[in-house]
Design a binder for this molecule. Structure first.
Ligand SMILES: Nc1ncnc2c1ncn2[C@@H]1O[C@H](COP(=O)(O)OP(=O)(O)OP(=O)(O)O)[C@@H](O)[C@H]1O
Length: 312
């Protein structure tokens, strides 16, 4: 379990993390989602005690990272997707890390098997591909058999095989009852992996929501209507719970009415329709709308937009 409470981090004038509060629960994969610069890495560094909060607190399994006697057994993390620049073999690299934490050889062999590096464990880690380097980094994170696993953008730069492998690994770790916290700037990636989402933008919390709920909200359907009498039709349809927007002449995007309702009203008024199509916002579109609001919230001094809602 990770508990973040009113966590903020300032670098000079820059507010990187702004009053974040959320809990990451065991047994599921939680996605930490936000555009570049949203404050994900900074938050993760504070979870690990690598950066001090300006204010607020963060605990891992009930204690601050530094207060754990054996922190590697509590949380294993992979923060940056960078190659290991070492002349040592992968096995020796892991053995050296294990030795400093009183972890035995057997566990080193276990994690090598777990991440599928068995065949190259004797090879120089410095010559590894990005994908193999990621596996080695994850092996190191798992050395202490930690209850919490935290990975910062683990699929960046990986090929489809590597991505599929990481997704499976994360789900497997969660199924074992571990807390799995993984960051990404891609909604599509999180939709494949995570069961719960913490969404941030410009350091602020935008949503703390299950993937199922996010998907339900995002896939609210609209109707695309084409008519040579679009102006008249628009007047006819628009109402308290009905929004009508228009991107081009003759075209209306309607939310709040079904295709049948729109067709019936048009027919009753003797208006011609050339198209009547149900549309569905993609998850990626819903995520962009969400985070765009956060950007506007930051940049627009005339008034905030409620979290998770679009003005358009
Ligand atoms: N050491 C630092 N000094 C000054 N500013 C920093 C520092 N670290 C991060 N920032 C700034 O804080 C903000 C949040 O950065 P952070 O790296 O946490 O975001 P992120 O969500 O992880 O983004 P990315 O996906 O690009 O890594 C950014 O505007 C960044 O420039």
């Amino acid at each position: 379990m990770i508990d973040v409470t009113h966590l903020s981090k300032r670098y000079g004038d820059k507010v990187a993390v702004d009053d974040l509060t959320f809990r990451v629960r065991p047994g599921i994969v939680t996605g930490f989602l936000g555009p570049n610069g949203a404050g994900k890495s900074t938050t993760m560094r504070m979870i690990l005690g690598l950066d001090a909060p300006t204010s607020g607190t963060v605990t891992v399994n009930g204690r601050r990272y530094a207060d754990h006697r054996a922190p590697l057994r509590e949380i294993g993390a992979l923060l940056e997707a960078k190659a290991v620049h070492t002349g040592r073999s992968a096995r020796n690299h892991l053995l050296a890390q294990a030795a400093t934490h009183g972890i035995g050889r057997r566990r080193v062999d276990e994690v090598i098997d777990l991440v599928g590096l068995h065949e190259v464990a004797g090879k120089r880690a410095g010559g590894f591909s990005l994908g193999m380097g990621q596996r080695l980094g994850i092996a190191a994170a798992l050395l202490g058999d930690p209850a919490v696993v935290m990975l910062d953008e683990p699929v960046n730069g990986l090929d489809p095989d590597g991505i599929r492998w990481i997704r499976g690994l994360l789900r497997g770790l969660a199924a074992q009852g571990r807390t799995v916290f993984v960051s990404s700037h891609l909604m599509s990636e999180m939709a494949q992996t995570a069961e719960h989402l913490i969404v941030v933008g410009r350091g602020r919390l935008i949503a703390d929501v299950s993937l199922a709920e996010f998907t339900r909200q995002a896939s609210r359907t609209g109707v695309r209507v084409r008519s040579p009498q679009a102006g008249t039709l628009r007047e006819l349809l628009v109402g308290a719970d009905v929004a009508v927007t228009s991107g081009e002449p003759g075209l209306l995007e309607v939310t709040g009415l079904s295709r049948e309702q729109i067709g019936d009203r048009a027919a009753a008024a003797g208006l011609t329709l050339h198209e009547l199509t149900a549309t569905e916002a993609s998850l990626e579109e819903a995520f962009m709308t969400m985070t765009r609001d956060a950007v506007e919230y930051q940049g627009d001094p005339t008034g905030p937009v409620p979290a998770g809602r679009s003005t358009r």
